[in-house]
Design a binder for this molecule. Structure first.
Ligand SMILES: [Zn+2]
Length: 352
């Protein structure tokens, strides 16, 4: 069941927003402890079926695996990189797509519309190909050639929009054909991304900080939901401090800069619809928003490549933020910091 965060109205099935315009949240109530709900026979996302609002018989054939965590020291802090870019389509989006597609199958929806800066579209195109779904994908014309080529190879129907990421979102909204499933709004997408928190907890226990890139918040809010549920189940005592990293010129949670990042295309979203929810997370966890520019992103990207993490530029914002916060002393030495590395550099390597 879905519930409106603003007015409390409940809805069954698939839906993006409440009639009042408020964002929706999938309501979860767990009757057993975390360990008892785990499907221990699986070492992939199916391990968390007991926490997901989907039916096993509708689960897609394509299965997101558990991603590794690699620890490195960064300015005295313990950086715990979660390698989300190793997902089948090369980004964490596969988690959200998996849960969404299961729900759509349950509802009998086979014709869908999505806008994306690239990764969510590639993820959906991959699942659509495997499940026989028809997907109309809207991307900005400026999307990297490598990502466009992948979409083409996956046989997706792509609509290139002349204009910004926000304008791409509007074009998809206005498109008549198919069910619109925006991952900016879709509550089932967050149900998928919350499994990053579950996995991390099983792999490394609790952490002091979570640093996440924030555009629409589809990873940030999923991480928060996962850790919040772990706390409700009594597995962790308190939530980690949540740090939202945004790209210069596209800040929605901290003061908007004048210059504009060209590197962080995955988070170039100036007006995310779940903004209020994200601000609440920052307040609740005593967190902060950090803004980074292309110089910092470029440096962090090279460092990540040197460490052997072949990620795309958007993914590097988390290391840029960690370096800033450790240098200023806001993150103390020996702190345990979870940093998801969100998207593969192999896609951008195909041509940018
Ligand atoms: Zn409402």
């Amino acid at each position: 069941m879905l519930r409106c965060i603003k007015c409390g109205r409940a809805y069954p099935g698939f839906r993006l927003v409440c009639e009042c315009g408020g964002p929706l949240d999938a309501v979860s109530k767990f009757e057993k402890p975390f360990g008892d709900l785990l499907r221990k026979e699986y070492l992939d996302i199916r391990r968390y079926f007991g926490f997901l609002p989907i039916r096993e018989e509708h689960a897609p054939r394509l299965i997101p695996p558990v991603t590794p965590i690699v620890e490195r020291e960064v300015n005295g802090a313990r950086a715990l990189f979660k390698l989300e870019y190793l997902m089948p389509s090369g980004s964490f989006k596969d988690r959200g797509t998996y849960v969404t597609v299961a729900k759509l199958k349950e509802e009998g929806v086979w014709d869908v519309v999505l806008d994306s800066s690239g990764n969510a579209a590639i993820s959906l195109a991959m699942f659509a190909k495997s499940e026989g779904l028809k997907a109309h994908l809207f991307i900005p014309k400026s999307t990297g050639e490598g990502k466009k080529r992948l979409l083409e190879m996956l046989g997706a129907e792509v609509h290139e929009v002349e204009g910004s990421r926000m304008e791409t979102h509007e074009a998809a909204l206005e498109f008549g054909g198919g069910t619109y499933i925006s991952h900016w709004l879709n509550p089932y997408f967050l149900e998928g991304t919350k499994t990053v928190a579950y996995e991390a907890f099983e792999q490394i226990g609790d952490v002091d900080y979570v640093i996440s890139p924030v555009g629409s918040g589809s990873l940030f809010l999923g991480l928060w939901k996962g850790f919040s549920e772990l706390r409700k189940m009594g597995e962790i005592e308190k939530l980690p401090v949540f740090i939202a990293v945004q790209a210069k010129g596209f800040e929605s949670l901290c003061t908007r800069s004048r210059g504009r990042s060209r590197l962080a295309e995955g988070i170039a979203i100036s007006e995310p619809p779940r903004r209020e929810q994200m601000l609440k997370v920052l307040r609740e966890t005593n967190g902060a928003c950090v803004s980074v520019g292309d110089g910092e992103i470029g440096n962090a990207l090279h460092e990540l490549w040197d460490m052997g993490f072949l990620v795309e530029p958007t993914s590097a914002v988390v290391l840029a933020a960690l370096k800033k916060l450790t240098a200023s002393g806001e993150i103390e030495e020996k702190s345990r910091v979870l940093l998801p590395l969100t998207g593969s550099g192999l896609k951008t390597g195909l041509g940018h």
